[in-house]
Write a protein that binds this ligand. Sequence first.
Ligand code: OGA
Ligand code: NI
Length: 345
Amino acid sequence: MDTATFKLANGYTPLSLSSPNFILPEDKRPFLSQVPSLDSIPIINLNEDPESLIKKVSQACEEYGFFQVINHGVSEELCTRMMNAVSDFFDLPPQERGTLFTDDKTKPVRVSNYHIKGKGEEKVTMWSETFAHPWHLVDDFTHLLPQNPPQYRGVVAEYAKEIGALMSRLLSLISNGLGLDKDCLETRIGENPRLVTQANYYPPCPDPELTLGLPVHTDLNALTILMQSQGVIGLHVIKDGKWVAVDPVPNAFVINLGDQIQVLSNGRYKSVHHRAVTNKELPRISIAMFYGPNKDTMIGPIDDLVDEKEHPPLYRSYLFADFLAEFYKQEGTRRMVKEVFQLQH
Ligand code: OGA
Ligand code: NI
């Protein structure tokens, strides 16, 4: 698919940037030539022995908040089918995807566009379209999903099961890395986690310097497993105050910590700012599988990671519903959500 055939579901046609809706004010543009293409985030082989694995994961969580995993156990064949199912969804005619289009973020199944507020209250739309819906470890959620493309429900159900198992494994490694029992994080995040799939489609863009695919953000959940199109760069991550491009390593997943793990770990592990950029030549798809607490869960620094002297609590405990409310309140801005729950020392 090229730009000329892609129409956003809300009726926009991103054929050119002449529509001011997509053009960012200068201070918010990506300055792509300043981003080195060689640095990247750590790549971790999940087949390594447990001890060195825990060490590597822990180091990546402290220093980057992001890493890639290879030999993760999810078959290449299933990943390809999932990617194709999502690609077929974005290939549906805009009128059909458009029936799911809404600005209401509380709708569980929705197609939407991200935006940021430019000068004043004027909205600048991101050069992408997003399809979000719940996922679950058991397949009784699939009736919520579209019936078209025809394979979508079945493939997502299969993928969700595999991602659920990998999520559990990663949470154990991260718990162990913090010196906690392997079940600790999963238990603290709670029994009915909030599980959201977010598929992002970035059409080729005539001038990638003027716009972004996704605004600079941190993930509000606990843990994200992201699959991205092979061979197309688009994800940038902040490292030591500078942007770093994530190399799309074949058959790898990108793993990143969300805000809730930063809080639970009392700031030891980081939820890091990232963004998606566009390119002129190739469309790009990413599929993020989010895992986080549900609204009724209390989140705060884990007791074992806090002491009076050296590690005083950096955050107060809160109901996740209050975190979500603050998140929605800051829509369109460079959010500072966890900062609202920070304690002064
Ligand atoms: C996200 C995200 C990055 C990407 O969906 O939260 O950060 O590479 N996606 O598309
Ligand atoms: Ni993200």
